[in-house]
Design a protein around this ligand. Structure first.
Ligand code: AMP
Ligand code: MG
Length: 411
């Protein structure tokens, strides 16, 4: 029985598959890392400011600190009484009837309530002539403008950006509690697969899936474990998995029902329990999911495009499910077709496409060729065009959903 005959009621939707896969993941423990190592990690807890920023009222400009009431009109003159610099340990006091030199980031002297910028004054001997009026609060950043001690500045489950690292540093954090990187093992299966030019030969092709999947694991916050290539042979697959300690096992190839598709029989012999193995999508129908003991196992199709489209749809969210991040799947945007497109069959289509941003909107064109072995077209594409099962033909100008690859770090 071919796949198309066996494909039927037992097939499930992409959303259902994602839900099942995510719920099969186990949240990994937390660990503490230095801020320098926090980029891309997921916060294990919400984080509060350990300090107030700025810690006191500071000047936003280089200029002169004054009492605004004393500079109520243009042309006022005041004698200069000292200076306030950034980093000074004591906040100076401004005597009535005087002004004080002040610099950006310096504490506003006690008694002052405005800064007149240096461009708006002239010096006349020992006096400063104000060419602008002051009003209370002018060019002053009040204490706590940025954040106050105890404010929640970062939520739990957030993937830390460089901007977040800056904020955490400003708020007094030198380390941060994050989720451990899930250990994700990747095994390729296939008698035809070769690792590198040394293994090339008649009937061999190079293993494309494992290098790409290992890269995605790293890009999406996991710790990749390379299990190499196993032959289409139960013993070889069993051997490759011996002693494996991972939070998730990814296997590609051999998941269908042909005589040489040994992944399911081999894993079954090891005690794998299956959740499902068919998904209503193209490319990528033969997807399987189960668990070997406590370890979830995701079997991706062997065709490289199918494997990588499934990774886009399920792997990033699975990693997020393990780290407490956003596991909702890729972000879809609306784009306008530049050329007509045919109707969809009984599966959702994810077509390799080119999205262009022009005049404030996205336009999209799918490649005419969509064979799932053609990795060159996946590399050439910058998006997938999504067409739900049963969609009618669409004309140029109609809108469709797309997933842009640059929204998926590293994809
Ligand atoms: P399978 O799922 O094992 O039936 O493989 C489907 C197709 O994908 C076959 O043409 C395989 O040769 C090819 N394929 C399987 N695994 C890989 C891989 N790791 N790299 C490149 N092509 C692969
Ligand atoms: Mg195979």
């Amino acid at each position: 029985m071919g796949l198309d005959q066996s494909f039927g009621k037992s097939a499930i939707s992409v959303e259902e598959a994602r839900r099942l896969i995510n719920s099969g993941m186990h949240l990994v423990e937390e660990e503490t890392v230095g801020l320098h190592a926090a980029l891309g990690r997921v916060t294990a807890t919400a984080l509060k400011a350990l300090t107030t920023s700025p810690p006191f009222d500071v000047s936003a400009m280089d200029g002169y600190a004054v009492r605004a009431a004393e500079i109520s009109s243009v042309g006022m003159r005041l004698p200069l009484s000292g200076a306030s610099r950034a980093g000074t340990p004591v906040v100076p006091t401004l005597s009535p009837g005087t002004c004080m030199r002040i610099f950006t980031g310096a504490p506003v002297p006690i008694g002052a309530d405005a800064i007149v910028i240096q461009e708006d004054v002239e010096a006349d001997g020992g006096r400063i002539v104000f060419q602008a009026q002051a009003r209370p609060g002018l060019y002053i950043r009040p204490a706590g403008l940025n954040f106050k001690v105890g404010d929640e500045i970062i939520e739990a489950g957030r993937t830390i950006s460089a901007r977040d690292i800056g904020l955490l540093a400003a708020a007094g954090h030198g380390t941060v509690a994050v989720r451990r990187r899930p250990r994700i093992a990747v095994l390729s299966t296939g008698d035809e697969l070769a690792n590198d030019p040394a293994g090339a030969g008649a009937g061999r092709i190079f293993d494309a899936n494992r290098p790409a999947l290992l890269a995605l694991v790293a890009a999406w916050g996991g710790e990749p474990l390379d299990l190499g290539i196993a032959l289409d042979d139960d013993a070889a697959i069993t051997t490759a998995l011996q002693g494996l300690d991972a939070d998730l096992l990814l296997v590609t190839g051999g998941a269908s029902v042909g005589d040489h598709d040994r992944v399911r029989p081999a894993l079954k012999a090891l005690g794998l329990s299956f959740n499902f193995w068919k998904i209503r999508m193209r490319p990528g129908k033969p997807l399987m999911f189960g668990a070997l003991g406590n370890m979830p196992v995701l079997g991706l199709p062997g065709n490289p495009v199918s494997a990588l489209v499934c990774a886009l749809l399920f792997l990033k969210s699975a990693i997020a499910a393990m780290t407490g991040g956003d596991a909702s799947g890729p972000h879809f945007e609306t784009a306008r077709l530049t050329s007509p497109i045919g109707k969809t069959g009984e599966r959702d289509d994810y077509l390799r496409a080119t999205v262009t941003a022009s005049d404030g909107e996205l336009t999209v064109a799918a490649f005419a060729e969509q064979d799932s072995s053609m990795l060159a077209l996946l590399a050439a594409a910058n998006a997938l065009l999504f067409r739900p099962a049963g969609a009618p033909a669409a004309a140029a100008g109609e809108t469709v959903k797309v997933v842009r690859f640059d929204t998926l770090a590293g994809y």
